[in-house]
Design a protein around this ligand. Structure first.
Ligand code: PGA
Length: 243
């Protein structure tokens, strides 16, 4: 059975004091809630991991990272290793977000190495895949995504911890959500393409309080990866408590 996962991606937002402030507000808005049927996760900047790990887990909120390097240790200025995340008790890490691919030269090959390393150290990687507008208009959505999956998942054990996020690039940060039925259709194609059909598959791209219920009502969608709307405690609390 696929797990339900509601994940925030703060990207490069919030310093430590802003992160703590968010957590206080979010906890007061969700006081006493248990979330037996869903996992709640916030993927935050590296500098916020330590402080949030001291608060969030006792409230059943997971804290995750947004990237990791494939080496254990070494001369890789600016990178963070799996071991550094594991030491903090981190369980989830985003891999291959389209912004990493677009702005930082991430390729399917480096994504694959990061995925393999995350699993090796017991982390759950969230592999992001998705087409851009030109690819969608050219009818290439399926080919693009299957290529990203095949290359990104080469040698990856699909029975181990693994989450996939379908994030159409044209829907990220644009307010142009992919229609829930269309997201459901693509996610169903992704599921059928995988060896393990029970992998948790998320939708991401302009998820907001006003569309979360419709998105989560789709049978193939196991959760969401939320950027902008996860920065505000009230919005994220509403999203976490989808009906
Ligand atoms: P968005 O970002 O919700 O702001 O569109 C989603 C993402 O990039 O994961």
């Amino acid at each position: 059975m696929s797990q339900t996962l509601i994940a925030g991606n703060w990207k490069m937002h919030k310093n430590q004091s802003e992160a703590k402030h968010f957590m206080e507000e979010f906890l007061s808005l969700t006081a006493g809630q248990q979330w037996h049927d869903r996992e709640v996760l916030l993927c935050v900047p590296f500098t916020d991991l330590g402080v949030l790990q001291m608060i969030a887990p006792r409230h059943h909120i997971h804290i995750g990272a947004q990237n990791l390097h494939w080496a254990e240790v070494g001369p890789y200025t600016g990178e963070i290793s799996a071991l550094m995340l594991v030491e903090l008790g981190i369980k989830y890490v985003i891999v291959g977000h389209s912004e990493r691919r677009q702005f930082f030269g991430e390729t399917d090959e480096t994504v694959n190495k990061r995925l393999l390393t995350a699993q090796k150290y017991g982390l759950t990687p969230i592999l992001c895949v998705g087409e851009n507008k030109e690819q969608r208009l050219a009818g290439e959505t399926e080919t693009v995504i299957f290529n990203q999956l095949d290359r990104g998942l080469a040698g990856v054990d699909q029975q181990q911890h693994l989450v996939i996020a379908y994030e159409p690039i044209w829907a990220i940060g644009t307010g142009q959500t992919c229609k829930p039925e269309e997201a459901n259709r693509v996610i169903s194609l992704i599921r059928n393409h995988l060896q393990n059909h029970n992998i948790t598959i998320l939708y991401g791209g302009s998820v907001r309080p006003n569309n979360i219920d419709e998105i989560m009502a789709q049978p193939e969608i196991n959760g969401v990866l939320v950027g902008g709307a996860s920065l505000d405690p009230t919005s994220f609390a509403r999203i976490v408590n989808f009906n």
